[in-house]
Design a protein around this ligand. Sequence first.
Ligand code: AMP
Length: 584
Amino acid sequence: MRRWSEVAERVSATTRASVKTHLLAAYLGTLDAAQLPIAAVFFAGRPFPEVDGRTTGLGWATISGAVAGLAEMPPGALGDAYDRSSDLGVAVADVLEQAAQVRRTQGLSEPTVQPPSLAEVAAAYAEIEAAGGPQAKAERFARLLARSDPLTARYVVKILTGELRIGLGEGLLEAALAEAFERPIGAVKRAGMLTGDVGRTAVLAREDRLESAVIALFHPLKFMLASPAEDATEIIARLGPTAWVEDKYDGIRAQLHRAGREVRLYSRDLHDITSQFPEVVASARDLAWTGILDGEVLAYREGTVMPFVALQKRLGRKAPSAAIRAEVPVVYVAFDLLALADPGSAAAEPLAEALLNRPLSERRQRLEALALPLADAGGSFALSHLVSVDSPAALERAFDEARLRRNEGLMVKDPASAYSPGRRGLGWLKMKKALATLDCVVVGVELGHGKRHGVLSDYTFAVRDEPTDRLVTIGKAYTGLTDAEIADMTAWFEAHTLARYGRYRTVEPTVVVEVAFDVIVRSNRHNSGFSLRFPRIARLRPDKDPAEIDTTATVEAVWSGLQHGAEQLVTAGHTRASREGPAH
Ligand code: AMP
C-alpha cells in the first residue's frame, strides 16, 4: 500500500494527463493478478468496486476518534488540520506526522510497524464494512491505521471517504490499463462499461480476455448521463438536424431487469431498490420478455405526476405499507431499452450488447413494441413523452411548454445516439435555464432561529474547484427542507461534525444537495468567487456522490448563461417598447 500511495502522490503532483497515464501504467504493469484489481479499484477512489454496492459505513466521528486515540492528540487537532486542507486524508496524515514529530522531540523511538499490503487494506475495508456498529468498525479501522505511516494513512483514508482527489478520472485509468497491457483503449472502455468494475476490467486486460465481458441480467449497468446545455441553437447544431425532446422527469432514475418471473430495480448508484416499489415489480412480473429497461420512477396518481416531495415519502422504505402505497402510488416511466434477449434463448444466457450500440430511434421502437402494461390501463408503466424538433425555435417552444407544465427542463437526445453506460456523453443534453439548480455538497451547518432553534437548519455548501479539485463555498441556505428532513439531517450532522465554532460547525462533506437560486453573482463573500441570490435547498440528493457535484466551471457557465439571458430580457423589453411607440 505504501508503494501504491507513492504512485498516487506522483500522479497527483503532475497536471499532465499523459504523464499521469505513464506513471500509472508503469506501476499497474508490475502487479500480479491478486494485487491488480485492488490497486485499480483504489485508483478509482473506492474501497469496493462500484457495482458491488457495499459501503464501509465509517463516519467522520469514528475516523476522528480513532485518529485522536492513535496520535494522542486532542480531538480538535484533526478539525484544525482539516480546516487547512478541506481533505480528511490529508488532515489525518498531518496529525499523524505531528504526533511523530512530538515523539521525535521527546527522544522517543518510532514504533516499528509492518506496513499493510494492498490485500491487507482491502481485507480491512471488508471487515470494517461487515463489522456491526460504530465501535467494532472503529476498532478495525484503528488497527489498520496503527500499521500505516502518514503517507499510507493519507491514502487509506482518502479511499475510505471516496475523496481520492489526485486528478485521475476514469478515462485516464482506462488509458493506463490499455498502455500497461498493450490493449486497444476501445476494448478496455467496452469492458469497463459492461463490468462496471475497473478491477475486473484490469484483470481481463492483463489476461487478454477483454472480449469476454458481457451484459449480465441482475448486474446493473452504469447509467448513461446527460450533459448540461442551455442554448437552443447550440443544442440543435450539436444534435440536429432532428432532435428528440423528452420531459426531464423529477423522480428516481431506475434500471429494470427482468427474466422469467424475476424483476429487479437498481438505483442510479447501482443499489438494489426492488423492495421499495412492489407495484412496479408486480406489474412487470407477468410479461414475456427478458431484458433491461432504463427509466424513472415517479409518484403518479389519477393520470397526474405528483411532485417530488410526494415521492420522497416513499424513498428509503424497504417495504412500503398499503396505506403509503395508496397515498403515493408510483409509475415507471420507461425511456430506453438497453438489452433484449432473443425470444428463444435461455434466461441464463448473457444478453447481447448489440442494442446499446444501435441508434436510440431503434431502441425506442423496440421499447414501444414491448407493450408495457400502462398505468392508464391498470399497470404501473408509462413511456416517456417524446416529441421531435428540427429547429431552435421549435426547441424553445417545447421548453416553454415544459415550464408551463411546471417541469424543470427537458432532456434533448440525438435519435442516432448509442447508449453509453456511465458516460456523460453529448448524445443526451439536459436543457435547463435560469432557475437552474446546482448540485453542491454541504460543508458547514448552523443552528437555526425561531422555530428552527435547536436544529441544524442553516447549510453552507460548496462546489468543486477546477482544476485544484478543492471544495469552495458558494452559498448558504436556510429553506427548502421539511421539518422531518431537517430533524434527520440534524442527527446525521451531529454524528459527522468536524469542528465547532460557536453556533457554526464544519461537517463531513458527503451530503449532496440540489440548490435552487434566482441569480448568480461574482462576489468575494465565498471562496468560489461567486455567490447565489435567494438560494434554497431544492432537495437532498442521497443518490449523488460528492464526486458528482457541480464544478466552478459549471457555475461559470451558468453565470454567463444567466448574463446572456438577462441581456435577452432587456432586449425583449426594448423591442416591446419600440413596438408600442414612445411613451410620450
Ligand atoms: P441530473 O440529475 O440533474 O444530473 O439530470 C439527469 C437526470 O435526469 C438523469 O439521471 C435522470 O434521472 C433524469 N431524467 C429525467 N427525465 C429523463 C429522461 N426523459 N431521459 C433521461 N433521463 C431523465
